[in-house]
Design a protein around this ligand. Structure first.
Ligand code: PHE
Length: 450
């Protein structure tokens, strides 16, 4: 057996896990959901969920990986044979996410190219985004480029690449996001957006706010898909698990927070306070930020820098997704790893094509009333991940028993949040997950409107 390589120290582990967690979910997905689901109230719901629910799940997954030294399928099987199937469910999720994630990664690449080519002004004009995504060949070209880059990184070897890139890029991304957010605050009309984003308005709290926040939590923290189990299996025993999770969460939520603070006030500033602009959905970042850069001195360069950082953040995430898919297949099929990467690449291109075309020539084709990309997003975030998380909680709470993981967590001192972990995994999380799962399914089938 090949010896499992491990991350060097706490910083190495945190940065690598944060490299997977911080990505398009934070910069592209979080702001448009926050804009759509009530601003401040969404932010508050998200933060509460991440400190309780997200914390417990992430600690649990990493601990399971570190304790067993195995990735998802092996880890579940080792603890309880009957639960091996959970490993399989968990493994399907990255296969669904990776293709459509890469479609968005392609959009980012296109914008980067536009800014580097000095064409940032055109990108800020109304209709630019819509006309781009509704084309056939161009978005496909960028999508294939992005996923091929991802495959290249995976073929060339992962952990070191991830570690090195994240170490440099992540801090720059934080600083640049804060800079842009502060700049945006001073644009005329933006302040109203700052208030909308940070001040919770309880009249806007709906069931969907919680559903959306929870889906976002899984997505953003790379939970419920076996990734953190795998990362845990690479983690050294002498690094504090609890403290590492706090650091990862701080990174992840911090970057999402600043992304929202860049984008939502800008929406207010450029729409003249028209709140309907908040419901733009997946296009929000692409439509809004170029307008911000267009008003800035040196906006071309700042825009280019911003999109390159986002591209790297997206790549470190897509690499972690592809790595997971490849290692699952490699465990089962005795095929050369490089060839496997190429097969996964081809598969992703095929599966991703409909998501890309769904905004253009295939626009009329809908599943459950959803555009194809939204459909994949819904199936993974609102159905499969809650199912996987629920099974994980039942598995840990009632079969493996929390003490099995607590022992692992306490290898590095007292587990301060032990009580919270126990209650979350055994009671609160499973009940919430069931309610959320049932209602989001009823909602999409149109049985009830929430
Ligand atoms: N967490 C990543 C993001 O926020 C996306 C991702 C999901 C990465 C699942 C890996 C696994 O963009």
């Amino acid at each position: 057996m090949e010896k499992r390589s491990s991350f060097t120290g706490k910083l190495g582990f945190v940065l690598a896990a944060a490299g997977s967690a911080v990505g398009l979910g934070n910069i592209w997905r979080f702001p448009y959901l926050a804009a759509k689901y009530g601003g401040g109230i969404f932010l508050l719901t998200y933060i509460i969920l991440s400190l309780t629910f997200g914390f417990a799940l992430m600690v649990g997954e990493i601990a399971l990986g570190r304790k067993t030294g195995l990735s998802a399928i092996g880890a579940f099987k080792k603890v309880n044979k009957k639960f091996a199937f959970v490993g399989w469910i968990v493994s399907i999720i990255p296969m669904i996410i990776l293709p459509y994630y890469s479609v968005i990664g392609g959009w980012v690449s296109k914008y980067l190219f536009a800014f580097v080519a000095g064409d940032g002004h055109s990108a800020s004009v109304d209709g630019y985004f819509e006309s781009f995504i509704s084309k056939t060949g161009e978005p496909i070209f960028w999508f294939v480029l992005f996923i091929s880059l991802t495959a290249l990184v995976v073929i060339l070897g992962v952990e070191k690449g991830i570690e090195r890139v994240s170490k440099v890029m992540m801090p720059i991304l934080v600083v640049l996001s804060i800079f842009i957010a502060v700049y945006v605050m001073f644009i005329d009309g933006a302040w109203q957006g700052v208030i909308y984003y940070v001040k919770p308005d309880f009249s806007k709290l709906s069931f969907m706010t919680v559903v959306a926040a929870m889906g976002q939590l899984f997505y953003s923290m790379s939970l419920a898909m076996g990734i953190m189990i795998t990362y845990g299996s690479y983690m050294k025993k002498d690094v504090s698990l609890e403290r590492s999770v706090h650091s990862i969460e701080l990174f992840d939520t911090g970057i999402a927070f600043f992304a929202g603070l860049m984008i939502i006030p800008a929406v207010f500033a450029f729409s003249g306070g028209d709140e309907s602009a908040l419901g733009k959905g997946p296009g929000l970042m692409f439509v809004t930020l170029p307008k911000v850069f267009d008003t800035m001195a040196g906006g071309q360069i700042i825009g280019a820098l911003f999109f390159i950082l986002v591209l790297f953040a997206a790549l470190t995430s897509s690499v972690s997704l592809m790595e997971t898919v490849v290692s699952i297949l490699a465990d089962k099929l005795k095929i050369n790893r490089k060839i496997l990467c190429l097969i996964v690449l081809a598969g992703c291109i095929l599966i991703g094509l409909p998501s890309s075309l769904g905004y253009g020539v295939w626009g009329g084709f809908k599943i459950l009333g959803l555009q194809l990309l939204d459909f994949f997003d819904f199936i993974s975030n609102s159905v499969l991940m809650p199912v996987a998380a629920l099974l994980f909680c039942i598995f840990i709470g009632y079969f493996a028993k929390p003490s099995y993981l607590i022992e692992e967590i306490e290898l590095n001192g007292k587990f301060k949040m032990k009580g919270l972990f126990n209650v979350m995994i055994k009671y609160v999380a499973p009940v919430c997950l069931v309610i959320i799962l049932v209602s989001s399914i009823l909602d999409v089938f149109g049985v009830v409107k929430i």
